[in-house]
Every structure is written in C-alpha cells, then in structure tokens.
Design a protein around this ligand. Sequence first.
Ligand SMILES: [Mg+2]
Length: 423
Amino acid sequence: MKIHIDIDCFFVSAARILDPSLEGKPVAIGGRSDTKIFDAHAKNQSVNVENTGNFVPTFFKTYEAKDDDLDAFRDANGRITGILTTSSYEARRYGVKTAMSISQALALCPRLIIKAPNMSFYQQLSHRLHKFLSLRVPLIEQASIDEFYGDLSGWVAEDEVEWFIDNLRHEIKKELQLPVSIGAARTRYIAKTATSHAKPFGCKTVFPHQEDAFLEPIKVEDFAGIGKSMLAKLKSAQIHTLGELKRRRGTVASWGPYAQELYKRVAGLSDDPINTCHKRKSIGISRTFAPLFDRGELRRRVHILARHLSFAILKLEVIPTTFHLNLGYEMSQKSHKNVTLCEIFTEKKFDALCISLLNEADIYKRLHVIRIGITCSHFTRDSKRELSLIGFKEEQSMRRLSEQTHKVREKYGLDSLKWGSEL
Ligand SMILES: [Mg+2]
C-alpha cells in the first residue's frame, strides 16, 4: 500500500518545539512578501538552495528574536500587514484560515498569537523527518516541505499497515516532537485523501474493499487537485461528492484530458510510482510591493533581485540556459519575456541580461508595477562541451570574477558586495 504523511499545522508545530508554552493555544504564523530586500541597508538575507517543494522561498529574511511577534508585521505607518501561512487547530475553531490577512484573523480571534516565520528551522525539521522516514520506509518521496509519500508494498503486509502507520506516527512524535497524520491506501491520491480525513494527529487506512464507501460522502473540494474552475464545473453538473463523481465518468470525460485524469485519480485507476529523487528544475526569485511608477527604481530592484538569484545559482553550481522575467502591473496586467542562451554563467552578464529582459517586458509604461519575478531553468552542468566556444576565454575570466565575489559573500553575507548600479 501507499502512504501519505503530512505534518499537522507544520509551522505552528515548529514554533511549539521552540516555545512549548504555545501548546493548546490559538497560534498562527504570519508571512509576507519580504520587500526589505530593496532597502539600501538590507542585511540578514538568507538563501535556501535545498529542494523541498515550492512552498519554501529560496530567499528569506532571517528574523531576530526581538521581532518574533506582531511587530514584525507592522509597516512604516504602524499598520499590520501580511497574511497567515499556518494556523493551529485551536485558531481554526474561530474561523481563522491560511491565506487570511493577519488583521482579519485578529478580528475573529483577538487572543490569537502571531509568530514570525523561521524558514531555516522549518528546513532543518523537514530534513530530519525525511531522514527519519527513509530509515523506516524503503521508498520515500518528499512532496513538499511537510508532506511525504511512501510505498509499503513488499515491506509491510496489508493486514499490518494500520498498526505500522499508527506506530510510525507515535515514533515521529517521540523522536522529532512533530505531530503528523498518516493515510494509507492502494494509490497515492486516495492515501492523501485519507490523511486529510485523519487530521489532526490521526491515522486512516482505506483498504481496497473500503474505497467506495470511504470516498462516497467526501466533498469534491476536499480532493487534492480540484481548482476553482473545475469545482465550478462539477457543481454546475450537480456533482458534489466523490461518490457522485465516480458515477459520472461520461460527463467528466467529455471535459478534456485534465478532467479524465482527475476521474482516474478519484476512481483509483491512476497512480504514480514513488519518486525518491526530485531534481531541481528551476530557481527563481520574485517580490510583490506597493505600486511603483519610477522606472529607475524598478531597474534598481531588478539589479538587486539579479544579485540574489545569481548568488543562489553559483551556490547550486548549475548553469541555467533559459531566463525568464515577468512583471505584474496594476489592474491585473501582466507581461513577460524569456531568452535562451548557452553560455557560461556570470553575475555581470546575468545582471545585464535581466535589465534587457526588463526593457523588453515593460510594455505598459503608463502603469505602476507591483511585482517582479525572475526565473532560471534548463540547467546544464557540463559547461565546456555544451556551451558556446565563442569568447570562451573571456567568459572564463568573468566566471572567475563571479567565483571570487561569491566567496566573499559566502563569508561576509549576501549584502557584503553590491554593484554600483544598485545604489
Ligand atoms: Mg501539513
């Protein structure tokens, strides 16, 4: 059988490890787009190059102990900004939810304790859990920072699965102090559905002969992978539960390949093997900020983002060949440009490339910009053979400059060396 393991309100559980007095109280973790990166005196930026799913930002501010409370979310005018990334089950009883604004959550639950995020600690815990699971289950796949899939076939007999996962749950609590919920079923998709059913701190095994009865009453919105538009389609077809969905194969199949795949997942006809090694395919950085019209300032911010991303790319020791820049404007306008280049990666060249992508992408010159994102992908590692040989020597000396710069930043921090263009 396949199993799905999910840490209960992970960031809150992590905060409770550091501060056990938070146990049993309504607690939430705030988050916001870190625009302090653009301050001329920016410091304390960290980079995370581990690949634990999309939820963990690559770049984040490390908070000091003193701003580990609501003050971390006050803007220059003293207003509380930011959204919640996680809330404890005690807070959820008041209607507090993920992605809700902090001020809205405080209105619903005035006793709510808001904590600042601690990304590097989450990283550590996630790695510790991954390591621990790899010793207990032969095939383990990390799906996100707090979610894992495992395959027990040939390892644990079907009639012992219930005992096995319940024991595993208690072991994880004892060894790592993390509360997890675990679901087990024939396919990964049904196992994941079982986990949500078991939360918090529970286990649920759905044996093959129980699948129909288990899925029958579950609301379609509780099945992973059903987005807003699919949900609207299902509702308009009077499909509200997974049981109803399973009986309407013809209707759903007529909606195209994605709907067909969804049907198969619900019906247990589709499954993916456990993939134990996830390779990073891209790396990016983006920031959302207050509407900005000044194009000079916009360029300065692109220089800063390029410097951060360049640091991570050199740290990963990959050579990206596709570069993508996107802009978000007011009034939901968007624009993007990308380019493919097979050359040695250097910071200076990357910086110039980002600026030229910005010039091309910025097509709504009369609008304020609210977001910049830069992504690099299609990595190659073999620089000499695959990359262009034109100007190779020159590129190598540029590369050496990049490497020297990188060493200084490794030692003294990402903000220790900046380009004149940023100031
Ligand atoms: Mg979770």
